[in-house]
Design a protein around this ligand. Structure first.
Ligand code: MG
Length: 363
């Protein structure tokens, strides 16, 4: 199976409501799509969302990395030489993890098609269904309470609540969300780097003392501040999950060696795709550190790849793959089925994507 052509496109999907975190506010998904064509006629699909505030990858940067480095590296190569191929994808340019992730997942898609196995089965997976949380954007407390009631009506039993914009309001936000959610629902929070270490400990322990029942906190302090993260992990009753601090398998190992977090969030766009995500999952197994699988604001192609990984690795115990259900429409044909909180993995060979409606090709 030789790679004959790579086509790029832009996929635009509006969100149901704007998505707001401590780092950004977004009203639609506008992602770069990669189609890898082969001499057998099979196509591998990949997707890269521009998430400049987190990965540094903008639309122009993703397209530039693809055109100037990644496509040149893979064109004419045989998908069956998978290990060499995926290593050259990782080595042909530094950083640019979103562009790499799009190519990586498209190659796994083709490799699965070549051997007629869904990707989660290539990885030895046995789960076919997973249950995701849903994000509640950061807003005034009453708006967040309303969004919580809406999510509960849609059947979600785990809410991921964004905090950290005007931290003085965070305690009131969580109180409003807990009241609206009732005592049974899980509440996890994500500060997206907004707090300093002492502020984080104070806020988290206040939440605990108020009986708000926080399951975990994501990335309370800035990404680079591993010592600060460790400070919070050692002093907070609420378990700490490292997200923006972990981009690579090396970051994950360092965080786990330091004991700087209780949990690790794996995202394909941070680590450059499934190949490195598998390394993080394996390292986490060795350290006995459970993982969350997360996504950026992404449509179904890249989130579908994350679903395959989640269905394969039991160390991934927390699922935050709500990108597709935040979108107001689904232009992707095939792939995993997203029915509110329940995601059923595709059993078709590869990643199971058959096509995309309304894709605007760049060439
Ligand atoms: Mg996060």
């Amino acid at each position: 199976m030789k790679i004959t052509d790579v086509r790029l496109g832009i996929l635009s999907v509006p969100l149901r409501v704007p998505f707001k975190t401590a780092l950004r506010s977004v009203s639609g998904v506008e992602d770069v799509i990669v189609e890898i064509h082969t001499d057998s006629g099979q196509i591998g699909y990949g997707e890269a969302p521009p998430t400049g505030a987190i990965t540094g990858d903008t639309t122009g940067a993703i397209i530039g990395a693809l055109k100037d480095h990644l496509i040149k590296t893979i064109i004419g190569r045989d998908v069956d030489d998978f290990e060499e191929l995926i290593q050259s994808v990782n080595n042909c340019i530094v950083k640019n993890t979103s562009a790499k992730a799009a190519v990586d997942m498209a190659l796994y898609d083709l490799y699965g098609q070549l051997y007629k196995l869904p990707v989660y089965k290539l990885f030895g997976g046995s789960r076919s269904k997973i249950v995701t949380d849903i994000t509640i954007s950061v807003n005034d407390p009453q708006v967040m309470a309303e969004d919580t009631r809406n999510a509960v009506e849609r059947g979600y039993d785990t809410l991921k609540v964004k905090v950290g914009v005007n931290p003085d309001l965070d305690l009131a936000r969580l109180t409003a969300v807990r009241e609206a959610a009732g005592p049974e629902r899980q509440i996890r929070i994500d500060a997206n780097q907004a707090w300093n270490p002492k502020q984080a400990v104070r806020l988290l322990n206040q939440m605990q003392e108020k009986g708000l029942g926080i399951e975990l906190v994501e990335q309370p302090v800035p990404a680079h501040d591993f010592e600060g993260l460790k400070f919070v992990t050692e002093r907070s009753y609420v378990p700490v999950l490292a997200d923006e601090s972990v981009f690579s398998p090396e970051d994950a190992v360092k965080i786990m060696q330091m004991g700087a977090a209780d949990l690790i969030n794996i995202k394909l766009m941070k680590c450059g795709g499934l190949y490195n995500a598998l390394k993080i999952a394996t390292a986490a197994e060795l350290y006995g550190v459970e993982c969350m699988i997360g996504c950026m604001l992404e449509a179904k192609i890249s989130v579908n790849a994350a679903v395959h990984l989640a269905c394969a690795k039991s160390i991934i115990t927390k699922i935050d793959l709500d990108g597709p259900v935040l979108c107001s429409e689904d232009p992707i044909l095939g792939g995993s089925v997203f029915e509110e909180k329940v995601i059923t993995v595709s059993r078709e060979p590869g990643l199971g994507i058959r096509g995309i409606d309304g894709l605007k090709y760049l060439d």
